[in-house]
Design a protein around this ligand. Structure first.
Ligand SMILES: CC(C)(COP(=O)(O)OP(=O)(O)OC[C@H]1O[C@@H](n2cnc3c(N)ncnc32)[C@H](O)[C@@H]1OP(=O)(O)O)[C@@H](O)C(=O)NCCC(=O)NCCS
Length: 170
């Protein structure tokens, strides 16, 4: 049975190799990477899975913010990438990583770019709040998903890196 551990237990070069295998070496230009440009992953909310000592999956989270047209910025956590080695996919590892992260991030407002067929179905992410949120690159609107602690989020804003300590929305 693979074990889930903090991502800091994983060798950084192995993490990069796993992500290259899952998303390709050109992954760094993706919109999700631009949203968290220059940020470091959050140690309390980032996890890895190991099978007999071998890294087989990772989930990273990042500090980002939604900045309104009026210039107010509200903190969010960007979830992803979530990557499971092809040899271990569809074995519940992605779900275990996500559930571990969701328990640790219970008081956080989360956003991600991913398939609603996975992230809505299993974890309750929706695109309801994000229709007016802009991102620094192309995105399919149905794939910009949020998991929020309340309904008072601004309807419009730009997602980007979180450079300052911010008060929560709502
Ligand atoms: C997507 C991914 C994280 C899912 O993790 P996993 O451990 O393979 O999947 P799980 O075992 O947790 O979940 C399996 C279930 O999710 C479904 N599922 C998996 N990936 C899916 C996807 N992209 N879209 C829709 N459903 C998906 C499976 O069909 C299965 O459903 P079932 O139980 O009804 O058969 C993993 O397959 C992966 O790393 N894929 C390549 C990279 C990627 O696409 N990452 C996501 C974008 S950030």
């Amino acid at each position: 049975m693979p074990i889930i551990a903090p991502l800091s237990d994983a060798d950084p070069a192995s993490v990069e190799r796993l992500l290259d295998d899952a998303f390709g070496k050109d992954r760094h230009g993706r919109t999700a990477y631009r949203i968290r440009d220059g940020m470091a992953w959050l140690p309390d909310l980032s996890f890895a899975a190991f099978d007999q000592g071998r890294l087989i999956a990772t989930l990273q989270c990042w500090p980002v913010a939604l900045t309104t047209p009026q210039g107010q910025a509200f903190p969010l956590v960007l979830v992803g990438p979530v990557a499971v080695a092809p040899s271990h996919q569809r074995d519940g590892i992605g779900r275990r990583l996500m559930e571990t992260m969701l328990a640790a991030a219970a008081s956080d407002d989360l956003v991600l770019i991913g398939d609603p067929e996975y992230y809505s179905r299993f974890f309750g992410f929706t695109a309801d709040a994000t229709a007016g949120w802009a991102v620094p690159g192309p995105v399919e609107r149905r794939r910009l998903l949020a998991h929020l602690t309340h309904d008072d989020w601004p309807r419009e804003g730009m997602l980007g890196p979180r450079h300052a300590r911010l008060a929560k929305a709502g």
